[in-house]
Write a protein that binds this ligand. Sequence first.
Ligand code: COA
Length: 315
Amino acid sequence: MRIIGTGSAIPKMAVTNDMLSQFLDTSDEWIVPRTGIRTRHVITDEKLEDLGTLAASRALEMAGLRAEDIDFFLCSNVICEYATPSLSCIIASKLGITAPCIDINCACPGFLYAMDIAETYYKAGKARNVLIVCAEEPTKMCDWNDRSTCVLFGDGAAAAVLGPGENILGTRLHSQPAPDKIWETIPLNSTPYSQTCTSAVPLQMKGREVFKFAVNASTTEVEALLKELGMTKEQVSWYMVHQANIRIIDAIKQYLGEPEEKFPTNIHDHGNSSSASCLILLDECNRKGLFKEGDILVFSAFGAGLLSAAAVVRW
Ligand code: COA
């Protein structure tokens, strides 16, 4: 397949570190050096499905396609208001898409998991034009009294339209199951036969362990995928790394021995918006005209699960 359109939609409210320090024992001086984050965009009166729909329409417009041209729709989402129907169905109804709709929850690497599934369907002859939307509102998962998590996240949605082509050169998906590293529970209803034993617990994270996993998984997967494809790092034009933390990106850069200028970032403005991160970055870089035809983009993302993934794409 080939990425033929990208789009994104970001909530209007930008929350600075100084705004957080008005109600939280934190500071710009603590947050910036440890995370790189200066502001994050937070949903206020917007609906996540509307952001997803807007991002998708922008991607469709760039691709020059209409809703009826899409024959497979994947939506990556960790949490939203609806348990059912799926977020993809809700967004599809707003766009007028009637193709099969599937939601996936692969946390932060969700875009790369979706791209892998899209490519597999394409190669099996089951899809020609695929829409991927990553729509996330992790700020609704956090305890806003917990300074170790809430300062890290931001909301947003982004989309990619994939059309026929041979430009997804390879993908690699990896899991190292460890549900105690990043987790959150939401209560289900009690029944006459079972009292709900799951109480709501907001997002919990073992930050230092996640940090180590992220750096290790990213560098290992990227090097293994390039080797599998018979490619060298010299051929890579851009690394599109999940925007979780600038120190994670710096460590990946250092381990790979690759120069700063190959790593575009936007974490300072957005924070970590889970699976939307990589795709928001892709859209911003694309609209700035950063990529030229033939450029090699290496994607790397990691997150809850623990899951990670890498992909190599020719622009
Ligand atoms: N402001 C001020 N102090 C804070 C703080 C904040 N926002 N968050 C934590 N602290 C404090 C802690 O309470 C602790 O204080 P104590 O020593 O008095 O107990 C101290 O800072 C150190 O906490 P620690 O959690 O060990 O800090 P750290 O150096 O590991 O940095 C992270 C925390 C979250 C920035 C870091 O672990 C990290 O980046 N992890 C990866 C997280 C991530 O990106 N996850 C998503 C992957 S998809």
